[in-house]
Design a protein around this ligand. Sequence first.
Ligand SMILES: Nc1ncnc2c1ncn2[C@@H]1O[C@H](COP(=O)(O)OP(=O)(O)OP(=O)(O)O)[C@@H](O)[C@H]1O
Length: 268
Amino acid sequence: MNQPLLHASGIDVRFGGVHALRGVTVSVRPGEICGLIGPNGAGKTTLFDVLSGMRRPDAGAIAYDGTDITRRPPAWRARHGIRRTFQRQQLFGQLTVTDNLVVAQDWRGGVRPSAGRHRQRAAAVLHDCGLDTLAGSYAGGLPVGQARMVELARALADPPRVLLLDEPASGTTPEERRRLASLIRRTATDDDCAVLLVEHNVAFVMDLCSRVVVLDLGHVLAEGTPAEIHANPAVREAYLGTGAQGPEHDHDPAHRGGGPAAGEWPNV
Ligand SMILES: Nc1ncnc2c1ncn2[C@@H]1O[C@H](COP(=O)(O)OP(=O)(O)OP(=O)(O)O)[C@@H](O)[C@H]1O
C-alpha cells in the first residue's frame, strides 16, 4: 500500500486538567477514506485542530508527504492542500455560495476577486457537487443539509490533497447523506485525496470508510476495518455501555456512551 500522506504521531494535548489527547498516532493515505469515531469528548475535534494547525500539540509530530509540518500555521497547511470543514459550520453567511468558494481559493499572484478564473472554478465545483441552483443564494440562509454540502464544496474549491471532514452528515436528510457520500468517495478516488472523516453517524462511517480509528478518552482504543470495529467489544462498551472509568480519567462521566444513539450503531 502507498505511504501515508498525513501522519500524526504521539500527539498530546492538555487543556489545564483535561488530558484531551494522549499519545495519539493516526495516518491517512492518498485515496483512502479513514473514519475517526468515538464518544463525545473523545478528542476528535481537538485532533482535527492539531492536524489543521489551529492548535499546537503539547507533544508529538505531524508529517505531511514526509515533511515535518508540526509548526506550520493553518494558512500554510490550507495553501498546501490540507483542508477541513467544521463541526459548527463556518460559512461566510453574508456572502453568496459562489463567493464562499471564490474566497477559499488560492489568491497568491495578486489576482483580484472579480477575476474570472476563480469564479469559473467556483461554478465548476458547484456544478460537480450538484449545487448550481444555490450559486447566488446567501450562505447564511441555507438549511443545514445544504450548508453542509456547500462547506464541502468550499473545501474542494482548490483541489485538496487531504480533506478533514468534521461531522459532515450532521443535520442532513438520507438523500443529502447519499449525495455527500458519493461526493466524498469521488474526491478520494478521482483526485487521490486522503480523507479523514469524523462522524457520529456510525452507519455513514461504516459504509463509506475502508478503515476506522476509534478514539476514547483521548487515546486510540481500536483501529481496523469497519467489520473489525463493529465486532470489537471494547468499542461497543465505549459507545453503548455504562463504561466504568478508571481514576486516571478526568473527563465528565456523563459523556460516556454519548456517541451515536443506539439506532445509529448499525446491525452489520
Ligand atoms: N478549548 C478547550 N478548553 C478546555 N477543554 C476543552 C477545550 N476543547 C476541548 N476540550 C475538552 O477536551 C476533550 C476533547 O474534546 P473534543 O471536542 O476534542 O472531543 P470530541 O471527540 O470532538 O467530542 P464531540 O464528539 O462531543 O464533538 C473534552 O473533554 C473537552 O471538554
